[in-house]
Structure formats: C-alpha cells, structure tokens
Design a protein around this ligand. Structure first.
Ligand SMILES: [Zn+2]
Ligand SMILES: [Zn+2]
Length: 506
C-alpha cells in the first residue's frame, strides 16, 4: 500500500474537511479532494503531483470519514456482522494422513503480484522521491545513486516486460503443470497516474502473454487491489453506472473466457469472484478479497458481507461437503489482513468446513510466508493454513520469483492437500535461478530454521537479521489467520514480550 493515511493528527486538515462535509452539494466533492491533496503534501507523504491519486473520485462523506472518523458521513466500516451457517452439523473431523508412497501428485504453478511497469527505464534513478522509481520521470541517478538495472532493481521499482516474459518462459520450461493459480496485481505502483484505459490494456497484455506461454493450460485468476483505479477502489454491486466496477469485470470476463466456464464468468461480472470444478473431486473458489480490505473506501458505505460473497462461499462449501468434493480457495489479500468482521467470519467458515477446504492460496504481501488457522474452541489445534506466495515483482527490494505447489493428486479419495512447495527466484545479481525450500517449521525451537525462513521470506535479499521483537512479531503474524490483535501472541509468550510486540506494531 502506498500513501495510507496517517493524516488523523493534522487538526487543521480535519477542520477543513469537516467544513467541506457539512455542506452537501456536489461542488464539495472537488473541495474535499483538494483538501485531501493538500493534507498529503503538508504531511510530506509524497511529491505534490503524486498526491491526489484519484481521491477526487470519492464522495465527500467517504473522504470525510477517511480523514475525521465517525463524526462525519456514514461510517460503518468497523460495524460487526455475522454470516449464517446452515443448521447441518459439522461432520466428525478425521486427522489428515499423508498419501501412500507413489500416489499421484499435481504440480500447480502459482503466479502473483506481477506489477508490470510499462514505463520502466534502464539507467533511470532507482532512488527517487516518488513511491515508484526506475522510470524516465524518476530522472537520472546522481553520482552516489544506483541506476535502474536491465532485468529489474533492488529498490522501490516494478518490472520491465522482458523480465515478466523471461519468468514465463522459465516457468513454461520448468513444467509441465497441471493447472495455474494467478492471484492478481498486474499493474505497476504508479497509482497516482493510472487510467482505466491503461489498467485494461495491462490486464489484456499480461493475460495474453500468460496464455501464449502456457498454451492450453487452465489458469484460475483472482483480482488484486491494483487492478482498479483509483487503487483499492472496488465498489460492491449496489453501485451502478459509471462508478461501478463494470468497466473492469467485463474486460476480465472477456479476456479470461478461454479459462472459465459461462457460470463462472457470470459471477465474475457481478462481483469479481467465481467457482470452477478443476477436476472431479476438486473445486477452486476465487474470492474478490477487495471486499475485505479497509483500503476499499466503498466499504464505508456498507461493509456487511459485500456482494454476499461469504454467504455465497458457504453455499458452495456446503454443496461440496455433500458431494465429498475438496475445495481450494484462492484470493489476493490474505485473510489475516482483512477488516476484523470479515476475517472473523472467514475464520469461522474455515473452522466449519475444515474437512472440505484443503488449500488456501494468497499473495499481496510480496513475501514468502503463511497464516495459520486454529480451532475456535481452544485455539490450539491447527485446522488450516493460508499460503502466501512471494511476488513476481521486485517491489520493494526483492528478487523476482514464482511459486510451485505439489498437491495430493488426481485420484479417488485424494486429500488435495499441499504436500510441498518450491519457490523459483531470479537472482538479480547473478541472474540465475534455483529452487529453494524450508524443510521444517520449527522456528521457535531452532533459530537457524527461523533465520533461513527470514532469508527465504525476502526471496534471498535481506537487509537486516530478524531477532528479538522482530522475530516475535513475525511468528505472531504467521499464527494469525484472523485479524485478532495478536491474541496468538498471548498464547505464545507472556506479559512483557507481548507488550514489546505491541510496541513494535503500533
Ligand atoms: Zn502487489
Ligand atoms: Zn496487492
């Protein structure tokens, strides 16, 4: 996320926005946008021309709520709500057992956060003041600075197309794959200068590039927070007309039609989510996680199960449970980063359908990590894990990479669990690739394993070692598949340690 809003402290700005909000005419839309822009500059969040980044499209009440809180506009983004589970009792839990030796496996290619920068310019400044560098407008590097590299740069830069193509060529050679999950964030981080036309052309170019490199393989995409403009702006289906997401979902449905059946395209056009049977016995559900995100200002109007997506998910899971079908869930933003109510409801669903959901796959953080889910009654028995795969892009300060999941295969009675995974990294310095993996997850007992994880989390390019409070914070977040304010830390550590972690995070 770029330019999140630490603006609450500026009293003058709050007053100005408050005044703008108290008048209701459409003219104020302009005025609020201007005030937001000024606030951005005053607080030195970014260069002047980067600041407004599309906030002018917000309604005054929304911008108000963003800046001054509950006193202005409707503000129900934090209001609690509950989904309804069917009255059918949860089937008895059977502990997972590893598949028989030699049982078939599926190889799943996983791509996320490509972030292609059309204006990437070799030799331009990699250390500019804007949120995104390595472009002509970043200017030339000064004598001390680095210039943007040919394949990419260790800095706040996205990727030139050649690196995306090279990655796809490499992935095609590393196959064969059984199918592909692709969890979004196609455009670059130049969120202040994006247009709908550009976003759509990037969506089209990258979709066709994937298609041409991977042939007739089925690719199951999910929508990232950068697909829209303004970034993170995903109006739920109650918004109609030009403000709606129709411009985006319609093009997605056209471009993704070779991969998805008509019924899936229908829900994609409606709310940006869908379900497809991958093979007999395995179904994928692609969620639009933008409906869980606090950065999606539209949820200030109404944040209760946007587009009825979670209620729809329950319906799909119940039908799968009755058929004995297993379900993989894919999405962009990991559930532990969602608005509290959304994430608690999702956690509840994962608990109820733990026998059916046998894989959860996300991206967005650009890091190689995961989030754990525990049984709600005792919070001690693990019921699931959301894998978070590293990004294709270098943003920020990373090697490019992609992920492979080895999944219990296509045979009768298969668990469809993830058995192992590999990450392929393009070492920008050495420009070679190597598969890597962490053998066991015993971070707390063995610091070497944790430090190995820390290294791989950053795809082989770390700036500092992670010890003490940093380590505690990371382990806590890995244990939090739900937005629950570090309750998992209380179970792990006592008193002063928790205080130390809270201090680090706040
Ligand atoms: Zn991203
Ligand atoms: Zn993202």
């Amino acid at each position: 996320m770029v330019l999140s809003s630490p603006m609450y402290s500026d009293v003058t700005v709050e007053r100005a926005v408050g005044e703008a909000c108290n008048q209701t005419s459409d003219v104020n839309e302009e005025r609020v946008a201007r005030v937001v822009g000024e606030a951005c500059i005053r607080l030195h969040l970014a260069e002047e021309r980067v600041c407004p980044f599309g906030l002018s499209l917000l309604w005054p009440s929304e911008a108000c709520a963003l800046l001054v809180g509950r006193s202005c506009g409707r503000f129900d983004i934090y209001a609690p709500w509950n989904v309804t589970l069917p009255r059918i009792p949860k089937p008895p839990v059977t502990p997972p057992t590893p598949p028989k030796p030699g049982a078939p496996q599926s190889k799943v290619l996983f791509l996320t956060d490509i972030h292609w920068d059309q204006e990437y310019a070799v030799g331009s400044s990699a250390d500019c003041k804007d949120p995104l560098c390595c472009r002509n407008e970043s200017g030339p590097p000064s004598w001390r600075q680095r210039g943007a590299g040919f394949w990419g740069s260790y800095s706040k830069c996205d990727l030139p197309l050649r690196t995306v193509e090279n990655m796809l060529e490499n992935a095609a050679r590393t196959g064969p794959w059984d199918w592909v999950y692709w969890t979004g964030d196609i455009p670059a981080h130049n969120v202040w200068s994006q247009t709908r036309k550009q976003q759509l052309s990037e969506l089209t170019v990258i979709t066709r590039l994937i298609h041409s490199h991977l042939g007739n393989l089925k690719v199951y995409p999910a929508i990232g927070n950068h697909e829209s403009t303004p970034v993170n702006s995903f109006p739920p289906p109650f918004v109609h007309g030009n403000r709606s997401s129709r411009w985006l979902y319609d093009t997605m449905a056209e471009e993704w039609a070779p991969w998805l059946p008509e019924q899936a395209l229908k829900t994609l056009r409606h709310g940006g989510f869908y379900t497809v049977e991958v093979q007999p016995g395995l179904r994928v559900v692609s969620l639009n996680m933008n409906f869980c995100a606090r950065e999606n200002y539209w949820l200030m109007v109404n944040s209760t199960d946007p587009a009825n997506q979670l209620q729809w998910l329950i319906h799909i899971l119940q039908a799968s449970e009755e058929k004995g079908e297993r379900v993989h869930i894919i999405g962009h933003i990991p559930p532990g980063l969602c608005l509290s109510s959304w994430s608690w409801n999702y956690y509840h669903i994962v608990n109820r359908y733990e026998g059916t959901i046998t894989g959860q796959f996300f991206g967005h953080t650009h890091m190689d990590e995961f989030q754990m889910f525990y049984d709600e009654a005792t919070m001690t028995r693990a019921v699931g894990v959301a894998f978070i795969a590293p990004s294709v892009t270098t943003y920020v300060n990373l090697n490019p990479g992609y992920r492979v999941y080895l999944v219990d295969g296509n045979y009768k009675g298969s668990s469809r669990f993830v058995l192992d995974h590999e990450t392929y990294i393009l070492n920008l310095t050495e420009a070679n690739r190597q598969p890597e993996g962490v053998s066991s997850l015993t971070f707390l007992r063995d610091d070497r394993v944790f430090q190995r994880f820390w290294y791989l989390r950053h795809k082989g390019h770390v700036s500092e070692p992670c010890i003490d409070a940093c380590k505690t914070t990371v382990v806590c977040s890995l244990r939090s598949g739900r937005y629950d304010e570090l309750q998992q830390c209380d179970l792990l550590f006592r008193g002063d340690m928790v205080a130390a972690v809270r201090k680090t995070l706040c």
